[in-house]
Design a protein around this ligand. Structure first.
Ligand code: MN
Length: 236
């Protein structure tokens, strides 16, 4: 049976709309999962999760820095408090329940903040000398290098330690959550991925594999590994 993979959506409170870029849904289907688009109140997170086999936290607005104990810096972008509340409830329940989880971009930052890590609110202003991490190039263009940490789940999944990725973020993980390990860095030292070896599948990447998977086996491998881990939930 194909596992059901929940996919979080952007939420525009002013327009009363959920939004999702379709390549996330297409990537989950290509990897063998059934995509289930999520939108619910935070108090339904546990009930929702009990019917899912895996989770994908997608990109989008900045997290409210109050979630990691900071006041808003001048470089902070738009935030989405309703989305934050739902996703924080979901991600904490997913960790507790051992549900295979992949975080992409904002999702990476969410996994960090939910576990007690912190973020740079704006790389250009708070970390001068960083590479250009918000590329002015198409989604499928791989603009900067990433070095994977040998021996990590990520490096095993991708099967290489040097790759190139696309990059559309102005924030980044500053300190990892307790118990997590670094899995990849950009050449400037910015955290590009982390994972939690205590969990069956808890992986966070700062780049956007959903924009690369059609032409890039290293990107498709991330969705495949999530779906494969979720299949073990289905058969358990
Ligand atoms: Mn980057």
């Amino acid at each position: 049976m194909r596992p059901w993979i929940g996919i979080t959506c952007g939420f525009d409170a002013d327009e009363h709309q959920f939004r999702l870029n379709t390549p996330y849904q297409q990537a989950i289907e290509a990897a063998g999962g059934v995509p289930v688009l999520l939108g619910a109140s935070p108090d339904l997170a546990a009930d929702l999760l009990s019917r899912l086999d895996g989770l994908l936290f997608t990109g989008g607005a900045d997290l409210d820095p109050a979630l990691y104990g900071l006041e808003p810096a001048a470089g902070l972008g738009g935030v989405s408090p309703a989305r934050d509340a739902f996703e924080i409830a979901l991600v904490r329940e997913a960790y507790r329940a051992g549900v295979p989880t992949l975080g992409i971009c904002r999702g990476c930052q969410l996994l960090a903040a939910a576990g007690g890590g912190t973020l740079f609110q704006d790389l250009p202003s708070e970390r001068p000398g960083s590479l250009k991490h918000f590329q002015d190039a198409p989604r499928g263009h791989k603009s900067h290098a990433v070095e994977l940490v040998p021996g990590t789940y990520l490096a095993e999944t991708i099967g290489q330690t040097q790759i190139k990725v696309n990059s559309f973020h102005h924030q980044a993980v500053r300190t990892l959550p307790e118990g997590a390990i670094l899995a990849a860095t950009a050449p400037d030292g910015v955290v590009e991925a982390f994972e939690d070896p205590r969990h069956p599948h808890w992986l966070a990447v700062q780049w956007h594999p959903e924009g690369l998977w059609r032409d890039d086996p290293a990107a498709l491998a991330l969705f495949r590994s999530l779906v494969e881990a979720a299949k073990k939930v289905v058969s358990a």
